[in-house]
Design a protein around this ligand. Structure first.
Ligand code: HEM
Length: 193
């Protein structure tokens, strides 16, 4: 009797160990398959480098270019039309430079939207696109602004209003900085031409 009981006890012990071993096995297999699934990804897909140069796990998939985050050409055009241009033209000093136009305001908005989309990583052409109106977007800043004599302070004010409007439109500080950098590149070509 004692012998039978101890034999049953042994079997129960073995079943317990078997269950534990199986559980460990499953965890190990899942771990390996997760690792295999991840191995096809580049390190940048699994992690990203933040401003402090630390590698952090990438939990949210973000659009990779500023242009994409702004909604591409159409998002930028809507921003110019609904936010930036009304605010710029509400400033009488800036508005005074927009007399005697050789193109319509809609054409200026469309060409500028394409240029910004391009410069912020989007798929638009920087210049040379022909609009529905037949207007062909130009690319040379000095030629476009030739004869307008736009002083440096007015350009600074123009950029400030664009940044302010981008903030109001909900654009992140990181993307506003990128937009400001792209605008700054055009300053020498626009100034006092
Ligand atoms: C980085 C800043 C700027 C950029 C990238 C830019 C770019 C452009 C573009 C792409 C056009 C359309 C030209 C075309 O394709 O035919 C345009 C037109 C024009 N821009 Fe700018 N611009 C900037 C700043 C300014 C500023 C600060 C002013 C004046 C305060 C200004 C005044 C004008 C005017 C008056 C036109 C129309 C020219 C015409 O009718 O012939 N722009 N600009």
């Amino acid at each position: 009797m004692v012998f039978v009981q101890s034999k049953q006890h042994h079997v129960a012990e073995w079943v317990k160990y078997l269950v534990i071993a199986l559980m460990y096995g499953l965890v190990a297999i899942d771990g390996i398959s997760s690792a295999l699934a991840d191995s096809g990804k580049t390190p940048t897909q699994q992690t990203e480098i933040n401003e402090n140069n630390d590698s952090v796990p990438r939990l949210v998939v973000e659009s990779d270019t500023v242009a994409a985050r702004l909604g591409g050409y159409h998002g930028i055009l809507a921003f110019l039309h609904n936010f930036a241009v009304p605010a710029l033209l509400a400033d009488s000093e800036i508005a005074s430079f927009f007399g005697n136009l050789t193109q319509t305001p809609a054409e200026i908005e469309q060409c500028l939207a394409m240029m910004l989309d391009h410069d912020l990583g989007g798929s638009s052409r920087h210049s040379g696109a022909t609009l529905e109106s037949g207007h062909r977007c130009r690319g040379s800043m000095p030629k476009i602004h030739q004869g307008r004599n736009i002083p440096d302070e007015v350009i600074t004010k123009f950029f400030g209003i664009v940044s302010q409007q981008a903030e109001l439109a909900g654009v992140s500080q990181f993307d506003i900085k990128a937009i400001a950098k792209v605008l700054e590149r055009s300053r020498p070509g626009i100034r006092n031409k």
